[in-house]
Design a binder for this molecule. Sequence first.
Ligand SMILES: [Zn+2]
Length: 260
Amino acid sequence: MAARARILALTEDSGRQGQPTLQRILKEALKLLVVGVDLNPTRIRIEPLPENDRALHAIHANQWKAHPPTRDTVILLGAIAARLLEPAGFVVFHFDTDRVWSKRESSENRRKFETIIRSGVRRILRGEGAPPLNPRAKPSLTAEQIEAALNRLLILSPCYSMESWLYQATQELRPICHDRHGSDEHEQLITEWAMDRTRLDEVHRPKDEALTCVADHHNETLAKSFPAEDVWLAERSFHESVERLRACTALVEALSHPAP
Ligand SMILES: [Zn+2]
């Protein structure tokens, strides 16, 4: 059966939990785009890069932010371009904003994604610079086709970091903190986050400063309880990322196709 969407899922989180966490959050986001969406994996495929792929080095070791691009980043750009040229091909790239929501405009990571990754992929699609990995994909595309392909390069960019979204699973979060220590301060914090879903987006370095007791050790568990709709309704960075996905009409169309 032909897939209606083949989504290459990339995350800069190199830990064992990084990819399953991203996939979980992405699925929750897709459910908000189309009510009752059929995410059967034969139709909506969400795939990581193969293990040991050199393109992974570029994402994991923060190399992708280096200018000029490293050799591994060039391979990454080729992998993204190749996927965008496939029928039903999409790429979702998660990177942390490394800024709280109110400071998002100053995010270097967001700027670098546009200037290094998106521009680099555009150059490949134009046939400039390094050739794509797949010689069959040698492009001779119109400007319109190139922009249509680039519209299928999508980002999830949490403020401050992925944990800012994951800690919204406050019901799961509270016992994890509690098992580590009895901290009234953390209890209070988690209660505030549960009552006002806009707050976590303003927490600086959540896993490294705010809740070191939890850190990023439970990301996969927390992702399973992510209250996506409540967080979306708070209209902060998760909402922003979901609405970016929604603006991709090719993605919404692929998801909207009724199940056979
Ligand atoms: Zn704690």
